[in-house]
Design a protein around this ligand. Structure first.
Ligand code: ACM
Ligand code: ZN
Length: 734
């Protein structure tokens, strides 16, 4: 606790997101146990006050004394100011008082968030520690005058809970962290191909069947969890609790059930939803799913959807309701006896017209319940939707912002290239790559109204921005959702809240690195820190950190560094740089990814390699990608993989090597690995011998006897999932 007291004495004004206006003063206000707290209008300020007191007490022991009379001095005041804009506040700290003025609950709440950022980062420590409880601590609050309000009314974050399930507790924490960054919309992606996550009483199979994957379930194992029953769902009572929790933090929840595509979970639960197909297995969706689209001409489906939405609107007070609309495999409808007859009858030539029909039907249902439809930007493509009753979520290209606003739609902006936080930060990290690979600076650089050619009127239709976190790769390690989201979300929050003129990357980076990382740490967020750079030059490995105040630790036995590994203090002289591993650490608890030293020579051989095999590969990833000597390319193939199937790597010339590593699964992510296989190798390409290495975690390393002309992976039974990834061999130098 002594270190806490010492730390509590220092305060820096490093706010994230940056406020509209801030004038630092001199001196400080002393906040202590029993400081008077006066609330002029409890009906508006109560959630904010409760957030303040419930944050302060466990971490500092300070409990203010709520008073009924306007106190003379030395007090915290929550007062009304009806000239402030929505969600705006002023925060004044003098030696005599702390005053938060606002006009609505959100304004008070954001005033409190800023006040907390004036305090030392330790105030975010969430856990009450009775043995360390030290009453009557003092906090020095620096004198300052702040006037603040948001740039955008929609400041959001989307979480996909279908591909991975997140517990009620985790969802609450996720929302709490958002609120601390002044974000106010949680877009909850509740149903997709890989799991239906919301209890619907009228259709119990949606969660009895559709919330589970694995052996014997209607949904196959996907995205980790091979061989186990995996899933979960939120009861309606869970949802009510989460909605109330979010509301007390000024976060509105916008629910999404993804329709009419992305619906394998619903269809697995109620197969009638599907079209009356003339071919058994149709075109695959972008995620490799077949038969995942609601039949758009089957009237009973609309009745079911209305029933589902009727239950959902009672749980979610939000004006907006998201019906998905992305990546629909419309060829399902042209392969359906009912839909083709319907299209013929209604003179529809293009299946997009059928999609438009579906969206309109959804709009009618939502309007009946007084809700506004939100959909991914594909919903604009079938025809003209009602501009007053439709909001477009632009995700595919920044150009969709112009397209939607110029057509008169209101738009929420979530461009994949900047705001899909499931994308990798850098090549060698876990994450998706299909939209881009980007770090926090790129998130910070994007401005939603700087789309080329956007007029002022079009810009006024941009309601705001949001990040997106899709969950394909979020199964492990446990911190991965936070790793992907933070600190990138901090950059997004500044674009969402702060005036454009106040944005400044260098200044933001200072605020982030000098103070805000500490806040994230004490909030319990296991955020990403950049890995060190390590180069081997003239017999020395020199390592450096992006943030010099973080420490680097290393090992030289091939294991990953941990908090007990030696500290790097200067260049390391070595003749075996290959055996060193480096990682950056924040307070010993948070580690970067592990780096090997960059060598001035190639670590691995790059022979001319021909690859053949009798597996069913995805047309976009030819087998030649396995011989291109690029570790980040891969081949996607369809499972199940069985006995009798194999993959053969043949080298132009026999090669000598210290060892060959075979790894399956998405590179750097180890997802969709082959679980059952063994390896054979050959000196001449004809006679093969089994390699002496157990297959483990989707791969193995073997040391061949003599030169190698060919390596074969022989698949065994038991590999049940629909998609696998295969990689280049890693062939060590001799
Ligand atoms: C999306 O990423 N399919 C909206
Ligand atoms: Zn149909």
């Amino acid at each position: 606790m002594n270190t806490l007291i010492a730390l509590l004495m220092t305060s820096l004004i490093h706010l994230i997101p940056a406020p509209v206006e801030m004038i630092p003063g001199k001196g400080s206000f002393i906040l202590q146990n029993g400081t008077a707290l006066y609330i002029q209008d409890p009906s508006k300020a109560k959630d904010a006050v409760s957030f303040l007191t419930s944050t302060l007490e466990p971490s500092t022991g300070i409990v203010p004394a709520v008073v009924k009379q306007y106190p003379a001095a030395g007090a915290v005041l929550f007062v009304c100011n009806d000239s402030l804009p929505a969600e705006g506040y002023t925060l004044t700290v003098t030696k005599d008082l702390i005053e938060i003025a606002a006009n609505d609950p959100a304004g008070y709440f954001y005033g409190v968030q800023t006040l907390l950022q004036l305090l030392p980062p330790e105030v975010y420590r969430p856990v009450y520690q009775p043995d360390q409880y030290t009453p009557a601590l003092e906090l020095q609050v620096p004198c300052v005058r702040i006037r603040d309000y948001p740039r955008f009314s929609h400041r959001g974050m989307m979480l996909d809970v279908s591909r991975q399930f997140f517990t009620v507790d985790y969802v609450m924490r996720f929302i709490d962290w958002m609120a601390k960054h002044k974000l106010n919309r949680f877009h909850w992606h509740l149903a997709d191909d890989n799991g239906w996550r919301i209890e619907i009483k009228k259709y119990p199979y949606l969660t009895k069947k559709g919330a589970w994957r694995g052996p014997g379930e209607v949904l196959p194992t996907m995205y980790g969890h091979a061989g186990e029953r995996y899933g979960g769902y939120y009861t309606q009572e869970d949802i009510r609790r989460i909605v109330a929790y979010a509301s007390a933090r000024q976060v509105e929840i916008i629910p999404e059930i993804d329709l009419p595509g992305h619906s394998a979970a619903a269809i697995g639960s109620y197969p009638d939803i599907l079209c009356d197909l003339t071919t058994e297995k149709g075109e695959l969706s972008a995620q490799g799913m077949s038969n995942n689209v609601w039949c758009a001409s089957y009237e009973k489906n609309y009745k079911m959807l209305e029933d589902i939405i009727r239950e959902m609107v009672q749980l979610f007070p939000s004006q907006y309701f998201h019906i998905g609309g992305d990546e629909v495999v419309t060829s399902q409808w042209t392969n359906c006896t009912r839909c083709t007859a319907f299209m013929h009858e209604h003179n529809m030539k293009d299946p997009m017209e059928m999609q438009f029909y579906f969206v309109q039907r959804m709009q009618q249902i939502l309007n009946k319940f007084g809700k506004t439809l939100v959909g991914w930007d594909e919903i604009m493509e079938g025809g003209e939707l009602d501009r007053e009753k439709t909001v477009i979520l632009a995700w595919r290209r920044a150009a969709n912002i112009k397209e939607a606003t110029s057509a008169g739609y209101k738009v929420i902006v979530q461009p994949a290239q900047y705001y899909y936080l499931d994308m990798k930060h850098t090549l060698a990290e876990r994450g998706m790559t299909w939209a881009a690979i980007f770090d926090i600076d790129k998130v910070y650089s994007f401005d939603p109204v700087e789309t080329p050619g956007l007029t002022a009127d079009e810009a006024s239709k941009v309601l705001g921005i949001q990040g997106g976190l899709w969950a394909e790769l979020l199964n492990m390690p446990p911190r991965i959702a936070e790793y992907q989201t933070y600190p990138r979300l901090c950059a997004l929050a500044e674009t969402a809240w702060s005036p454009k003129e106040n944005k400044n990357w260098e200044d933001f980076k200072t605020r982030l690195s000098e103070t805000h990382f500490d806040r994230l740490y004490h909030m319990g967020i296991r955020f990403r820190i950049p890995p060190p750079l390590a180069d081997y030059v003239n017999g020395y490995i020199c390592a450096q950190n992006e943030y010099p105040w973080m420490v680097i630790r290393y090992t030289c036995d091939g294991t990953d560094p941990d908090s007990r590994s030696p500290l790097y203090t200067g260049p390391i002289s070595t003749k075996t740089p290959e055996s060193y591993r480096f990682a950056s650490f924040f307070r010993d608890d948070i580690r970067s990814i592990v780096r090997e030293a960059n060598l001035p020579y190639e670590r691995y051989q790059k022979p001319i390699t021909h690859v053949t095999g009798n597996i069913n590969i995805h047309p976009r990833t030819p087998l030649s990608l396995l011989g291109d000597n690029n570790r980040s390319t891969y081949v996607r193939c369809f499972g199940p993989l069985k006995e009798g199937q194999s993959l053969l790597y043949t080298f132009e010339e026999p090669l000598k090597t210290k060892g060959i590593t075979i790894q399956t699964g998405l590179p750097y992510a180890e997802i969709n690995i082959v679980d059952f296989a063994y390896v054979e190798y050959s000196p001449d390409g004809t006679s093969f011998k089994k390699a002496d290495c157990p297959w483990k975690d989707g791969g193995c390393r073997f040391v061949p006897e003599g030169p190698v002309k060919a390596v074969r992976i022989v698949f065994e039974n038991g590999n049940q999932i629909p998609t696998y990834f295969l990689q280049d061999l890693l062939i060590e130098n001799q």
